[in-house]
Ligand binder design. Structure first.
Ligand SMILES: [Zn+2]
Length: 364
């Protein structure tokens, strides 16, 4: 298969437009038209991982963390980032990163963490704004259903667990075909009155090109009357962190010990428990301290994340238990998640998980 075919599947799951502004998810090195028969999946793209890809014949490395965050100005091998990029280019290895865009989808990194903890049906903790748009279009009555079906197929009209959502108004449209026109209804120079539907449908902003293409392809008119509006609504399915309830409340210390076990971490750093039992859990894989307010607002008993600093632990204020389980440990199951997803979508494509433990942190 071509690299771009693999990327299409990944982008369909976690569109690159879902990444945070500081991120650099996407194809960092390589030609999307090159052929690939095996991909190596890792959390970090280190030199050891590139060596492993070479040794095992993988010409694509899919990592969670991007190897390059900010611009590189020199390529003389003076640090590991330059050396990884140089080695990948020299050996025709493509480097793809699927980072905060995979954090932000509701079947990504945090959903996997929730699954491991045993929380069913978690929801996004901090849903994103400005991710939804609305299409309004005008259609002759006998064409409305065809256009509507095409728009649904392109991803419009979905709200939460509902599809086919639209609102329709009856009315009369007028138009006068002028010189050069080739009208489906009416004739040149004559003002035409036509019974039309005005239809409103929401769609995810990143689907705009596909939605408009579907509209133009399916609509019978030479000139389609429509408008696209940006909405400030939050999109509940996309955003940072997740929150949900355990099936059974669990004593705090039992819960924390279980978390240590499940994530195989050498150390759980936690704040003084203010409750005896844990029921609601908030999580954010990786550095999640920016979500503490959201976790408290959602009335979570415990917030599981990583990269907490000494002074930030004080912010728990006896209102929540902050539990820092380590960055690598919180996200290491992402490798399996990516591999499982690709195997399901492209059954004949092989993915291997890296054998090197890229965690730079060790525990005594
Ligand atoms: Zn991370």
């Amino acid at each position: 298969v071509k690299v771009k075919e693999i990327l299409t599947v990944l982008r369909d799951w976690a569109p690159e437009s879902f990444q945070e502004s500081y991120d650099n998810s996407g194809l960092i090195v390589g030609n999307p038209d090159s052929e690939v028969n095996k991909a190596l999946v890792s959390l970090d793209c280190t030199e050891a991982v590139v060596d492993e890809a070479l040794a095992t014949g993988c010409s694509l490395i899919i990592s969670h963390h991007p190897i390059v965050f900010s611009g590189l100005k020199r390529f003389n091998g003076s640090n590991y980032i330059e050396r990884v990029v140089e080695k990948a280019i020299k050996n025709d290895i493509c480097l793809y990163a699927i980072h905060t865009n995979l954090d932000n989808v509701n079947n990504g990194v945090n959903a996997k963490i929730m699954e491991l903890i045993g929380v069913k049906n978690p929801r996004v903790l901090a849903p994103k704004k400005n991710m939804i748009k609305k299409l309004e279009f005008f259609s002759p009555k006998d064409a409305t259903e065809t256009v509507f079906d095409a728009l649904c197929a392109a991803g419009a009209g979905e709200i939460g667990n509902y599809s086919g959502c639209s609102f329709r108004l009856d009315g009369e449209g007028t138009f006068r075909p002028e010189k050069g026109s080739n009208p489906v209804i009416g004739e040149q120079g004559v003002l035409t009155r036509q019974q039309e539907d005005r239809v409103e449908m929401v769609f995810p902003a990143h689907r705009q090109n596909a939605v408009l293409k579907a509209l133009f392809d399916a609509h019978p008119y030479e000139e389609v009357a429509y408008q696209v509006l940006s909405l400030e609504n939050i999109w509940q399915e996309v955003g940072s962190g997740m929150v949900g309830n355990l099936e059974q409340p669990e004593p705090v210390m039992d819960f924390l010990k279980r978390i240590k076990e499940v994530f195989g971490t050498g150390c759980v750093k936690y704040t003084q428990p203010h409750v005896k039992m844990v029921e609601r859990v908030a999580v954010c894989g990786g550095s999640g301290s920016f979500l503490l307010g959201n976790a408290m607002g959602a009335k979570a008993d415990v917030f599981i994340t990583a990269d907490y600093k000494y002074h930030q632990f004080f912010d728990a204020e006896k209102r929540i238990v902050i539990a820092d389980i380590g960055h690598y440990e919180s996200e290491k199951f992402t490798m399996q998640l990516i591999s499982d997803y690709l195997s399901e979508k492209i059954p004949n494509f092989a993915t291997c998980l890296t054998k090197s433990n890229t965690n730079p942190v060790h525990y005594l």
